[in-house]
Design a protein around this ligand. Structure first.
Ligand SMILES: *Cc1c(COP(=O)(O)O)cnc(C)c1O
Length: 238
């Protein structure tokens, strides 16, 4: 009972239901399985369950796991990215979710140019305004996108946000609603080269609400792997 496959299937079922409420076709929702708490063997098991997108938040883990997992999946970088680490993602990353400042954009564009590699990125937006969160504040996103529009080696593909953790997930709804509305507004501006096809919002605690508000990319870790990290997890799981 409660095998990895069953847990993933449960999440997929819940995604289907909530996506429909949010008006998105369920098959268009991307599930990014966040593997930051588990070792490469468990990531491989998840990939056997037909997982196509995995997310890591530390460069070291990202690179190590990618190296030891010789399978074709999309690798998402979801954590805070230090500028001096950008070069390690050349040729390696499907999507960076955490483009959150101009200095990072400059470095990504510079490294991309040197390597002739275009980085797919989401702009991280700090909707809740919490000091502890990274991200561009909503009122500055437009200017930031205009700057990114001129950066040839950055392909903007959408927006990402993290809601505050709330016991009552209804309290997160405004965050997702605001980002969705911001996306609509920005799309209307038709900024050259800026594509806003992804709204990456929703984690284990709040993805159903996020989907109801129009998210089409969710990042789920603990609901699938539990809260126990590292190699121990395998013992708990089976
Ligand atoms: C860890 C993490 C997640 C997954 O969080 P869970 O609550 O474990 O589902 C999603 N997004 C980011 C940016 C993370 O760091």
């Amino acid at each position: 009972m409660n095998s990895l496959l069953e847990r993933i299937e449960q999440v997929r079922e819940k995604i289907k239901k909530s996506a429909a409420k949010g008006g998105n076709p369920p098959e268009q929702i991307k599930l990014v399985v966040v593997t930051k708490t588990v070792c490469a063997d468990v990531v491989k098991q998840a990939i056997e369950c037909d997982v196509q997108d995995v997310g890591e938040n530390r460069i070291q883990d990202f690179l190590e796991k990618q190296k030891s997992i010789n399978k074709k999946v999309n690798w998402h970088f979801i954590g805070h990215l230090q500028s001096n680490k950008v070069k390690f993602l050349i040729n390696n990353v499907s999507l960076i979710h955490s483009l959150d400042r101009e200095s990072l954009a400059n470095e990504i564009n510079k490294q991309g140019k040197l390597a002739n590699y275009k980085f797919n990125c989401l702009v991280q937006v700090n909707v809740s305004g919490e000091a502890s969160k990274f991200g561009i504040s909503p009122e500055n996103v437009e200017d930031f996108l205009v700057k990114l529009s001129g950066m040839e080696y950055i392909n903007v593909q959408g927006l990402m946000t993290m809601a505050p953790f709330e016991d009552d997930t209804e309290d997160t709804r405004y965050v997702f609603e605001r980002l969705r509305n911001l996306k609509f507004k920005l799309e209307g501006l038709d900024i050259p080269r800026i594509e806003l096809k992804y709204l990456s919002m929703g984690m284990s605690n709040d993805y159903q609400v996020a989907l109801e508000e129009g998210s089409n990319m969710v990042r789920i870790g603990s609901e699938i792997f539990g809260h126990i990290g590292g190699n121990n997890y395998e013992k708990v799981l089976v």
